[in-house]
Design a protein around this ligand. Structure first.
Ligand code: NAD
Length: 429
């Protein structure tokens, strides 16, 4: 008879990478507080399905290249899996697995009927033409056809993918089905069933969560000095929303480095510049150029991390000089960085809560597509604020009651929802 000692280890699998270890270490830290059955905890430690595909495409110069693509579906217990697709040279099965795990807790925390997924293609999108990106997206979608669907797994944009990418995915899927299937992806153009608020949803949600945190801390948002790392979809919109609400955004950055103006940056000008030139590189008017490492250590009130994972670590968390960290990106704080910030009394509003505006409005988009109905911006914004405020308040109350960090409280809330569903379905005693 087999015993748990003879159960095969997953440690050798390809998703055993630093980011996946961070996701699992966070889970292991939170799970004792969730008081769930040991069998359930073990089930949730492993993604349900991890897919590797090969995407052969012809480049513009006539050569042929095969790009590796990935999709990890962590948990389908609450409903279809849901998660972004990224194009990045660092994408790996392990990175997707970690991001899929976080998506599960995020959807559950927000009480959305989804489990977590994530996918991507390992490529350098900045070196590829529009046509090459279209070929790659269509081939990747074709390879994923047996595994995705409006009731199975619903992709969305993430790093270096956007409305156009989603339109190509929707079109490739729909051609195979013989009719338009808008509900196969979210974050698509409005013309094919996209939400009028999806583009801004994640960044706007980040600022709704920061505003709620400020209320609880009895700070006035309009008096805060903010630093935003990342000036893409999430960071760019978050910077605009902060600016519009009267907060002073003193520094922002992208891959090309950062810009600093202690009196506040002209955010609309920066957007116009990036729109014209592709990045912040070369923007010099009235600003001091700084590196990304310097940006993270600037004295400020709110530090918004909206670029990518692993930015605050054991190396630099001791030098951070903000009063609050808001994680717009997924996994931007390492386990060591988190422990240092907790010890220094700097609250971290975690990714699974702070950037949940994206998947929440994606859920609204999917519901609207399934029902063939459309809500206007004000209605979506109001419904989003209700969802985020509710999740924030539950996390804050749990953290206070149990003396937990906001991250542990958010994970506990998410894990409990999934565990209850597993129990209710009779999958675990
Ligand atoms: P994006 O590609 O639109 O923007 C990323 C930005 O970060 C760009 O400005 C890029 O130049 C910058 N950047 C990349 N590496 C950097 C570095 N090392 N230092 C400084 N800047 C750097 O991507 P996005 O959609 O804004 O996603 C950003 C993060 O937010 C990712 O972690 C993503 O998973 C997460 N996220 C995105 C969404 C969404 O709806 N787009 C939803 C939830 C979470």
């Amino acid at each position: 008879m087999a015993s748990t000692e003879h159960v095969p280890s997953f440690a050798h699998l390809e998703f055993d990478t630093p980011l996946y270890r961070t996701a699992i270490a966070q889970f292991d830290q939170a799970v004792p507080h969730a008081k769930v059955d040991a069998g359930i905890a073990e089930r949730l430690r492993h993604p349900e399905r991890s897919i590797i595909v090969s995407c052969p495409i012809k480049l513009d110069d006539g050569s042929r290249v095969v790009f590796p693509g990935y999709r990890v579906q962590h948990s389908s217990v609450l409903g279809p899996t849901k998660g972004g697709i990224r194009f990045d040279p660092e994408v790996s099965l392990g990175e997707c697995a970690a991001l899929a795990v976080w998506m599960t807790w995020k959807c559950a925390l927000l009480r959305l009927p989804y489990g977590g997924a994530k996918g991507g293609v390992r490529c350098n999108p900045r070196e590829m033409s529009h046509v090459e990106l279209e070929r790659l997206t269509r081939r990747f979608t074709s390879e994923l056809l047996p595994f995705i669907g409006p009731q199975e797994d619903i992709p969305a944009p993430d790093m270096a993918t956007n409305e156009q990418t989603m339109a190509w995915m929707m079109d490739t899927y729909s051609m195979q089905r013989g009719h338009a299937v808008p509900e196969i992806v979210t974050g698509k153009p409005i013309a094919i069933g996209g939400s009028v608020f999806r583009h801004e949803a994640t960044g706007a949600g980040v600022v709704m969560v920061i505003a709620r945190a400020c209320e609880r801390l009895e700070w006035r948002l309009s008096e805060q000095r903010c630093v935003v790392q990342g000036f893409g979809n999430v960071g760019g919109i978050a910077a605009s929303e902060l600016h519009d609400k009267g907060a002073r955004v003193i520094a922002v950055s992208d891959l090309s480095g950062g810009v600093l103006a202690s009196d506040g940056l002209p955010i609309p000008d920066l957007h116009a510049y990036v729109h014209e030139h592709g990045s912040l590189a070369g923007y010099e008017t009235g600003v001091e150029r700084i590196s990304n490492a310097e940006l993270l250590e600037l004295p400020c009130d709110v530090l918004v991390l909206a670029a990518r994972e692993d930015q605050l670590t054991g190396e630099n968390a001791g030098n951070v000089r903000c009063r609050l960290v808001a994680e717009g990106a997924n996994g931007p704080t390492s386990i060591e960085g988190d422990a240092i910030l907790a010890e220094r009394g700097i609250p971290v509003v975690p990714d699974v809560l702070t950037n949940a505006g994206g998947v929440t409005v994606s859920y609204f988009e999917w519901v609207q597509d399934l029902g063939r109905l459309f809500w206007d911006r004000d209605e979506i914004r109001r419904r989003l604020a209700d969802k985020l405020d509710d999740a924030f308040d539950r996390v804050w109350a749990l953290a206070e009651k149990r003396g937990l960090t906001l991250r542990d409280a958010a994970l506990v809330a998410g894990i409990r929802e999934v565990a209850s569903a597993l129990e209710a379905r009779g999958l675990y005693p």
